[in-house]
Design a protein around this ligand. Structure first.
Ligand code: CUA
Length: 312
């Protein structure tokens, strides 16, 4: 569909996903070895020599193959797996970027946090990070259980109502990485996509500085569409920093014009998809929470789409 999508699941782009991929291959290899041993035993049981079959039916095979072997192997794998992936959920150190991501039905609320844990920049469905640096995600949920999963950058972790789960991600080089909600959360769960964009650190720092200023600067110039955005009721659910639009029920639209996708990773973001989404998102992502606006004329849809394109 677009860059980074669908995300390959065994092609790590950073150290955290690297550990998960290594563990996946080790588990696959161990599973394959056990399968071969079982198949060999099955072959002996069916077609083997009588003496071998009797040995296979003995008590010692049950004790060794059925109890001792699984106990030792599974314990060793558990300890190894935990030690390999424990750094994924390391506590906040304080010198890394912190972002709170909240799973919502069926999109992602994104808030960049300062050192004190206060939200300073609001966005949705897209995350910008500096390449080569670890980023701590504070995963929460606004309604039901979702699961945050950007396979090339880290593991997969549930977003549970009333809890805050920490997960680290890192991209070693700039790039675009697709993600997907990995826990069935009703309705259009399968259409709950996410994008992470890693930038060179200097470029990322500039971007965050510009956005911090954008968050607090009032939008004084009257852009066409601003009025319609209020009158059509968009502002009741959506926020655009520096304007009277401060609805929190739906995705923040302050940077809608800079976003790669429309509808949480479903459609490429351009004039036509924006107009189609505003006019009748129900036809694109059935049962999402945005009502259809079929009463708007195509001129009005164009005006709203242009207004959103200017938000960046
Ligand atoms: Cu959110 Cu599945």
């Amino acid at each position: 569909m677009f860059e980074g999508w669908p995300p390959p699941i065994l092609d790590p782009a950073g150290p955290y996903a690297g550990s998960v991929t290594l563990l996946s291959w080790i588990l696959f290899a161990m599973g394959a070895v056990v399968l071969l041993v079982v198949l060999a035993a099955l072959y002996v049981a069916l077609f083997g020599r009588r003496s071998l079959q009797e040995k296979l039916g003995g008590k010692s095979v049950i004790w060794v193959g059925g109890i001792a072997f699984p106990l030792v192997v599974l314990t060793a794998l558990l300890v190894y797996g935990l030690s390999l992936t424990s750094h994924l959920s390391d506590d906040i150190r304080g010198d890394e970027l912190r972002v709170r991501i909240t799973g919502e039905m069926w999109w992602w609320r994104v808030a960049y946090l300062d050192e004190g844990g206060n939200a300073v920049i609001h966005d949705a469905n897209e995350l910008h990070i500096p390449a080569g640096e670890p980023v701590v995600l504070e995963l929460e949920s606004g309604d039901v259980i979702h699961s945050f999963w950007v396979p090339r950058l880290s593991g997969k972790l549930d977003m549970i109502p009333g809890r805050r789960n920490l997960m680290r991600i890192q991209a070693d080089a700039p790039g675009t990485f697709g993600g997907q909600c990995a826990e069935f959360c009703g309705g259009p769960h399968a259409l709950m996509g996410f994008t992470v964009i890693a930038h060179p650190p200097e470029r990322f720092a500039q971007m965050m500085q510009a956005r911090r200023m954008r968050e607090t600067a009032p939008q004084t110039a009257t852009i066409p569409g601003a009025r319609l955005f209020q009158d059509a009721g968009c502002a009741a659910c959506h926020r655009i920093a520096g304007t009277a639009a401060n609805g929190l029920a739906g995705p923040d639209l302050t940077y809608m014009g800079a976003r790669g996708s429309v509808g949480a990773g479903i459609l490429q973001n351009h004039r036509g998809t924006l107009m189609g989404w505003i006019g009748n998102s129900q036809a694109i992502k059935p049962n999402n929470r945005m009502p259809p606006y079929t009463m708007l004329s195509s001129d009005q849809l164009t005006e709203l789409a242009q207004y959103l394109e200017a938000q960046k």
